[in-house]
Design a protein around this ligand. Structure first.
Ligand SMILES: Cc1cc2nc3c(=O)[nH]c(=O)nc-3n(C[C@H](O)[C@H](O)[C@H](O)COP(=O)(O)OP(=O)(O)OC[C@H]3O[C@@H](n4cnc5c(N)ncnc54)[C@H](O)[C@@H]3O)c2cc1C
Length: 524
């Protein structure tokens, strides 16, 4: 049966901070459809804890925020994009407050927290450790007041359609398995991250790299995908999700201990537990290796800190750990590192334009270059806001350019006649274990080649998707290959990318961004 088609002015794929902010910008110019593949409340934005950075306090300056971001990026931030990020920040935050975002205050004054590698107190947070949830609530509430915006949940975008060299439509699969096509004058990918590539991740189920894989298949360039940030401390319990234990806990004085109860970070870095995330993650991996236990762990120890302060400052972390019968004020928390954030993504310019006409990207799915080789904490919600708004502004112009074209409505392409694929969950599990082992925190050329070989084998199993989960498996396989190929090509260590066979920087050859275009990879 031919599937239905829909026509709109703008299509936004993703309803996190980047997608919703863009939609609000687009609404005055035309009809906006926003797709989310599950509920709006399932996204990386929803689970963001620590906060959002902006140079707004009296003691801060935009130039300091810029410098801290450049330092964290380890020589690889795009200076123009980073400047835009920090300069647009105050205005975007003021706007969020106008739209009802309740950041934490002392009396009437906003409270600014400090996180690793920030030289000033500049992190706004909400309800202690629920910043993302509060921002999403406010953006969604604002979007609901604009009749031009239609948010459609459980609509899974599978592929981009390219016509005469520009993206003209998107194929969509709904929760009942029905295919349709949505045509638009411009499409924004705001699909978030790809943490689900790894066996251990802080990211929710939806973070399967769909945007990167769709854009790559359609011919867009992707960039900096070797740079994956691993968060050092995620809750590690057998049947529980890898819930994030914010860096701010270590900022408050929490210590890391190995299975012998020894505090080990001072032996790895003079800053101890407050060393950069990649250093802490590698130190933990090393301690895990040294332990002879069958299922080794390390512990986060908050027991010396004042209990009432912990409960007040981290209510969500406290309550979540209590669900698993761990009282963090008096008991040690078992932790391990987990994949957390993708610094790279679909390559964009300062206005969210990708290399494919008609296609834009913003938020974690985009590669703007603002994070360089390592993200400064609390800059990613900000990136979604700033570049979501900028992409929205530029997308409005597309409508003027394409307005005279009458839409050609076509039936959507279905996938119902292919052979039944292999059991998808086992292919995904294999991929996640493989990525964790060979393209994870510590990498080698040999391991990366093995990962590529096995990912190619998995590719043959997942290349003809029918169901949503099979589409996700194909996207994970494509994104995984892009990460592994980029990591193999970067023969140095920088930021979050660490190779034991090339442990140092090689500025001459690699102080450049990796760019993958089809089967070619280059550094520029
Ligand atoms: C546990 C955790 C804590 C964090 N803490 C912080 C923090 O304190 N500060 C900070 O700055 N950053 C933090 N981050 C990072 C930050 O939350 C994300 O980078 C940011 O929220 C990404 O926003 P986004 O809009 O790009 O994507 P998301 O918020 O992930 O939204 C993606 C959207 O795309 C939709 N989607 C995906 N694929 C498809 C598809 N195929 N079809 C249709 N829809 C699709 C999803 O349904 C979802 O609506 C944290 C991340 C995690 C995981």
């Amino acid at each position: 049966m031919p599937a239905a088609s829909l026509e709109t002015d703008f299509l936004v794929i993703g309803a996190g901070v980047a997608g919703l902010r863009a939609a609000i910008e687009l609404a005055p110019a035309g009809r906006v459809v926003v797709l989310a593949k599950r509920e709006v409340t399932e996204s990386n934005t929803q689970v963001a804890q620590g906060g959002i950075a902006a140079a707004l306090s009296d003691e801060d300056e935009i130039s300091l925020h810029l410098q801290d971001t450049l330092n964290a990026g380890d020589g690889l931030c795009n200076p123009d994009a980073t400047k835009v990020l920090v300069e647009d920040a105050p205005e975007r935050i003021d706007e969020l407050i106008d739209w009802g975002t309740q950041f934490d205050r002392e009396g009437t004054k906003l409270t600014f927290g400090r996180e690793g590698a920030h030289s000033r107190n500049r992190i706004l947070h909400a309800h202690g450790d629920s910043t993302g949830r509060e921002i999403l609530r406010a953006l969604f509430a604002k979007a609901k007041t604009l009749p031009e915006i239609k948010v459609r949940e459980f609509e899974f975008s599978t592929d981009l359609e390219v016509e005469d060299g520009r993206v003209s439509a998107v194929r969509v699969l709904d929760e009942h398995g029905q295919h349709s096509t949505v045509q638009a004058s411009a499409v924004l990918l705001a699909t978030g991250g790809l943490g689900q590539l790894y066996a251990n991740t802080t990211n929710p189920r939806v973070a399967t790299g769909d945007g990167v894989a769709m854009a790559y298949r359609a011919g867009a360039e992707v960039t900096d995908l070797e740079f994956i940030q691993f968060h050092p401390t995620a809750l590690y319990l057998k049947k529980a999700p890898r819930f994030l234990l914010s860096e701010a806990l270590r900022g408050e004085g929490a210590h890391l201990r190995n299975m012998e109860m020894t505090r080990f970070m001072p032996k790895y870095h003079p800053m101890g537990e407050l060393a950069p995330r990649d250093v802490v993650a590698r130190a933990i991996m090393h301690e895990l290796e040294l332990t002879r236990a069958k299922d080794p762990i390390v512990y986060l120890d908050l027991t010396d800190l004042e209990a009432s302060r912990i409960q007040h400052r981290f209510p969500r972390i406290y309550a979540t750990c209590m669900q698993y019968n761990i009282d963090i004020t008096s008991e040690l928390i078992p932790v391990r590192p987990a994949a957390h954030y993708a610094m790279g993504g679909v390559r964009t310019d300062l206005h969210g334009r990708t290399t494919l006409p008609g296609l834009y990207a913003a938020g974690e799915a985009a590669g703007t270059g603002v994070h360089g080789a390592n993200r400064l904490a609390s800059n990613s919600l900000l990136e979604g806001l700033v570049f979501g708004a900028r992409a929205g502004r530029r997308m409005r112009d597309e409508l003027k350019m394409t307005a005279r074209k009458s839409p050609k409505l076509r039936p959507a392409a279905g996938y119902s006649n292919g052979p039944v694929p292999v059991p998808v969950e086992s292919a995904i599990n294999r991929l996640q274990e493989l990525m964790w082992k060979d393209a994870g925190i510590v990498r080698t050329g040999t391991g990366l080649k093995e990962a590529i070989k096995q990912l190619e084998e998995i590719g043959a199993q997942v290349s003809r998707p029918h169901s949503r989960r099979e589409f996700e498996a194909r996207n994970l396989q494509i994104s995984g290959l892009l990460v592994a190929r980029s990591a193999l090509a970067r023969e140095e260590s920088r930021g979050a990318h660490y190779r034991t066979d090339f442990p140092d920087h090689n500025d001459l050859k690699f102080r450049k961004h990796s760019v993958v275009s089809g089967d070619k990879i280059r550094f520029e």
